[in-house]
Write a protein that binds this ligand. Structure first.
Ligand SMILES: Cc1cc2nc3c(=O)[nH]c(=O)nc-3n(C[C@H](O)[C@H](O)[C@H](O)COP(=O)(O)OP(=O)(O)OC[C@H]3O[C@@H](n4cnc5c(N)ncnc54)[C@H](O)[C@@H]3O)c2cc1C
Length: 321
């Protein structure tokens, strides 16, 4: 085809070839291999337990920095979280991080859980305030409990030299008085001793990039690791996002239109959306990612591969680092 004969079409072709597509971004080989962490939730029954452990075993060779296990609303999974984390210590090369919340417990009870983790060999806690139990009108601190995540961080620091991660909200926590106040509370959690923040998931890359600029301007210097949620159940994510204050862009709703009953296509779309998101973040210098795996390995594994992460041989230099 003689492109010179048809200037407008040549322009279109040129844009198509050079436009901002994933393939046009710097190759992962040009960036440092990113550090990953994976989040799981404790299983409710035997079948889910098998699903979780299959996911853990598949992701383990990617040598994540740590894997974290959530703590059910109001501490409802206290025993299951502990069991899962303890098994990670016993049976894998992974570094586990246990989520811990303030809801529904006194400081002494929360401290006891933290000491239990220490005894089980766990050195990393994801310290959160937690959400009010289902049906409650709003958050009320337990009398005698830690009121906010900041207080929990301080309490943990008194117990041991834990590695402490906290939550961060690029689109502002829904109960915050303002975006600036929310950022100030994040800074207070860091100043109290947190070593890293992990963000709520987001879908537009610029939301995160603007947020880390604001964090830097506020003097926050610890890593603010983006939380990546590969979305294969769009309806569920829409419902959850309405509660947690994450926005769901209109383009995403259009993308998932008409595939409610087509799980296979939804998973392919999920891979494309997450792939574009992480590659754009990587092209902007982001070299650490936290994946909300929902206890499934396939999407996370594929996206990690796309970022340049490859399985390590057991015992290799990066394995379990
Ligand atoms: C990475 C990640 C993992 C999570 N894992 C879990 C989990 O395992 N289990 C679970 O139940 N929930 C989990 N959550 C959800 C979390 O518990 C909720 O978002 C909760 O509502 C806020 O927790 P936080 O630790 O961010 O709270 P905080 O930092 O304490 O903030 C909560 C709210 O209070 C405001 N605030 C903070 N300090 C003060 C203050 N001193 N005075 C007045 N207002 C204040 C903040 O602006 C915000 O609106 C997670 C969230 C994230 C981002």
């Amino acid at each position: 085809m003689d492109l010179a004969l048809n200037a407008p079409r040549a322009g279109t072709l040129q844009r198509w070839l050079t436009g901002p597509r994933v393939a046009g971004l710097p190759q992962p080989t040009e960036s440092p291999v990113p550090k990953l962490s994976f989040e799981f939730f404790p299983p409710k029954n035997e079948t889910l337990e098998q699903q979780l452990w299959a996911a853990i075993r598949r992701l383990e060779p990617l040598a994540p920095r740590f894997v974290s296990v959530t703590y059910g609303a109001g501490g409802s999974t206290r025993a299951r979280t502990h069991e899962t984390v303890a098994r990670l210590v016993r049976e894998t090369s992974l570094t586990p991080a246990a989520h811990l919340t303030c809801v529904g417990a006194t400081c002494a009870e929360v401290d006891e859980v933290a000491r239990g983790y220490l005894e089980a060999g766990v050195r990393h806690i994801v310290a959160l305030r937690g959400d009010p139990p289902a049906g409650a009108s709003g958050y009320t601190p337990h009398p005698g409990g830690y009121a906010q995540a900041e207080d929990l961080v301080r309490g943990l620091r008194r117990i041991a030299d834990f590695d402490i991660s906290v939550g961060a909200y690029p689109e502002t926590h829904p109960a915050a008085p303002s975006a600036d106040a929310d950022l100030d509370f994040l800074k207070r959690k860091i100043d109290a001793g947190a070593t890293r923040a992990i963000t709520q998931y987001f879908f537009d890359t610029d939301i995160y990039l603007r947020f880390i600029d604001r964090c830097a301007a506020a003097g926050i210097t610890v890593p603010i690791v983006p939380g990546i949620l590969p979305v294969s159940n769009f309806k569920q994510v829409q419902r959850f996002s309405a509660m947690c204050g994450a926005s769901v862009p209109a383009w995403m709703a259009r993308l998932f239109e008409g595939v409610d009953d087509d799980a296979e296509t939804r998973r392919m779309l999920a891979a494309v959306v997450a792939a574009e998101q992480v590659r754009l973040l990587q092209a902007n210098g982001v070299d650490e990612f936290h994946f909300y795996t929902l206890n499934r390995a396939d999407l996370t594994f594929a996206i990690a591969h796309l970022l340049g992460v490859r399985p390590q041989a057991p015992g290799g230099p990066e394995f379990g680092a």
